[in-house]
Design a protein around this ligand. Structure first.
Ligand code: HEC
Length: 156
């Protein structure tokens, strides 16, 4: 007969392997993390873009919050998300990240720095009124676009 401690240990093991399976389901963790990060960019930028176009009513606090989020997100280390061996050449359709990101001469990190600067400039003015958003959003959109153009596979 199993001792209670052994039963506990056994069920903990079964539980832990259940988590491992759940975590492994749905693909490469680095790919999932960077896509999640990109979705957060997109969510916050969407609010600001909507306000700039007048599709969402301008609210200084909400605009500042979204812009501060963008600025914070753009300064987080993404080191572990862009793990070597996780390009679309290696993982196929699971990712649109092109191998050039990891190749010598890659400007991905530099563009990330430009995004951080543009997001900081946006955060500085986002609470100043609806008309301040458009010009400041330009720099952010440019950085997103530059990186996608060079390093993200086009949708086909
Ligand atoms: C340094 C390069 C870089 C910058 C800067 C960047 N992106 Fe991306 N983005 C990528 C790459 C590469 C992918 C493809 C990721 C993948 O499929 O693994 C991607 C994917 C995405 C996706 C799709 C995510 C998904 O779920 O598949 C969205 C949305 C996105 N980016 C939005 C943005 C926005 C908005 C900005 C600017 C605020 C931005 N990105 C800035 C490189 C970048």
């Amino acid at each position: 007969m199993l001792k209670p401690t052994l039963i506990l240990a056994t069920s903990a093991l079964v539980f832990a392997s259940g988590i491992a399976i759940a975590g492994g389901h749905g693909g490469n963790p680095a790919v999932k993390a960077r896509k999640a990060h990109m979705q957060l960019y997109s969510h916050n930028l969407g609010i600001l873009g909507g306000m700039a176009k007048g599709e969402i009513e301008y609210d200084a606090d909400a605009a500042s919050a979204a812009a501060n989020n963008l600025a914070s997100l753009s300064t987080l280390s993404q080191r572990s998300y862009w793990a070597p061996g996780t390009s679309n050449a290696e993982l196929g359709e699971e990712t649109r990240a092109l191998p050039a990101i990891w190749e010598a001469g890659s400007k991905a990190g530099e563009i990330g720095g430009q995004l951080a600067e543009a997001a900081e400039a946006l955060a500085a003015v986002a609470g100043d009124g609806q008309e301040s958003l458009g010009p400041a959003l330009g720099g952010v959109g440019q950085a997103c676009g530059a990186c996608h153009k060079a390093y993200r596979q086009e949708n086909n």
